[in-house]
Design a protein around this ligand. Structure first.
Ligand code: AMP
Length: 431
């Protein structure tokens, strides 16, 4: 993190208990998104924040909301909460709740998490006691509301974090149904890394005269990450990956694969090759995912092999490399992936392995980020055929990637809205 703003946290007017917690956490200066968002949120203004992961956006909403709780003490509503934060994945939910807990360590605040994949018993018990803050994934929360176990009619503030990812994962309807149970005169905050039309529509329907804070233009990649691509035959990807991971000086790496079965295969291959690795994807149980993340965070394993959706909550400052074993089928996922490195002011490397079939997805990524990746071609597997390929990308389904017969593409392919939606739905299913 390299805060550039001159403002201090004390200048922002945060309460002494929060300032002490920030001191404990070693936060010296607000990051730009914090310096810009906190004053609006302290005033109670609705806010649209356009920021990528790694910019410090969690504290940018957690700190002013905790301040407002401290300024207006009142009993936590039974079966509900004063603040609700919605986030796309269990990992991100846990990470945001950890942030709230750490920043409120000198303040009596009750925080709980709600997500699927685990028993609801503890979640229901926490709700019965009444909470100040609920951090939740939309699916399980809606489930509890529909069972009559959660009542958010007393809610004061709603935060939607990583809203673009929530929509990509098909949470538009659950969010709509949750919002329908909230008071109309609430305070609403929405953060998104990208600004597709669907997010503009969501902002228009949920936010009232929002202040807008934008840290990096949407869909641009972080400057301090060196990005390169290796063109090769699909059959050489594992060898190339291993060789990259054996480069001297490499620290921890996150390897992204297109599908869960490929993540397992790659993880087994790396382990058999003497590299400590864990897989993180939607087919693993909550316990397995937490153990994998903890082992990675503690430095016990060098590599995490992940699919897109499972990887959203990975916040480990020591990741030096992101390696894309496969291109993502959705170009915006590339931006999220590489944001797993270059964190906390460090530099990072993003290396993409591209075969002939995934070449079209690389074109889409390069259009999304507005630049071409540096080509690393001085390696033994370099394949010009992959570099110049005009094959159609793989068709994603429930099973393995289907091989599609090569076809000449005469003109630049433009994705239709239907194709984009189908790709999104397939990605949500396969990650
Ligand atoms: P986020 O974008 O909220 O995921 O934060 C990214 C990383 O930056 C996390 O590891 C935070 O602990 C860290 N961070 C956030 N704000 C600050 C700050 N003002 N000073 C130092 N580190 C920070």
């Amino acid at each position: 993190m390299s805060p550039t703003s001159a403002t201090t946290f004390a200048d922002l007017g945060l309460t002494p208990t929060i300032l002490r917690a920030l001191d404990d956490a070693g936060y010296v200066k607000p990051t730009p998104i914090q310096a810009q968002s906190i004053p609006f949120l302290l005033e109670g203004r609705d806010l649209l924040g356009l920021a990528q992961t790694g910019t410090g956006k969690t504290a940018s909403f957690a700190l002013p909301l905790l301040h407002r709780l401290a300024e207006t003490p009142r009993p936590a509503p039974k079966n509900g909460a004063r603040i609700l934060v919605l986030a796309p994945t269990r990992e991100l939910v846990s990470q945001i709740a950890d942030g709230f807990e750490s920043f409120s360590r000198h303040q009596p605040v009750r925080v709980t998490t709600i997500f699927g994949g685990v028993s609801q018993v503890h979640q229901v018990k926490a709700l019965e006691e009444g909470m100040d803050i609920i951090v939740a994934a939309p699916g399980r929360l809606l489930d509890l509301i529909e069972q009559g176990l959660c009542d958010l009619s007393q809610l004061e503030t709603l935060v939607l974090d990583e809203a673009d990812q929530m929509l990509d994962m098909g949470f538009a309807k659950p969010i709509e149904r949750i919002v329908a149970t909230l008071p109309a005169d609430r305070h609403t905050v929405l953060f998104s890394a990208t600004m597709p039309k669907s997010i503009t529509a969501l902002v228009e329907s949920l936010l009232r005269d929002p202040a807008k804070v934008e840290i990096a233009p949407p869909s641009t990649t972080v400057d301090r990450i060196a990005q390169s691509v290796m063109f090769l035959d699909a059959s050489n990807k594992k060898a190339a990956l291993l060789s990259q991971l054996q480069t001297p000086g490499i620290g921890q790496a996150v390897v992204f694969t297109l599908q869960k079965n490929i993540a397992n295969e790659v993880c087994t291959f790396l382990t058999e090759s003497g590299i400590t690795a864990e897989a993180l994807h939607g087919n693993r149980s909550q316990g397995q995912r937490e153990r994998a993340l903890n082992a990675f965070r503690d430095g016990d394993v060098q590599v995490l092999v992940a699919t897109d959706i499972a990887a959203r909550g990975i916040d480990v400052d020591t990741v030096t490399h992101v390696i894309n074993h496969d291109l993502p089928s959705l170009p915006e996922s590339y931006v999220h992936r590489i944001g797993r490195t270059g964190r906390a002011g460090r530099s990072g490397f993003a290396i993409t392995l591209c075969d002939a079939e995934q070449r079209a997805w690389l074109h889409a990524v390069e259009r999304e980020i507005g630049r071409t990746l540096d080509v690393h071609d001085s390696h033994e597997w370099h394949c010009e055929k992959a570099r110049n390929s005009t094959m159609r990308p793989p068709v994603l389904g429930g099973g393995p990637v289907k091989q599609v017969k090569p076809q000449k593409v005469r003109e630049r392919r433009v994705w239709t809205e239907e194709e984009k939606m189908a790709a999104r739905a397939a990605a949500a299913k396969t990650s």
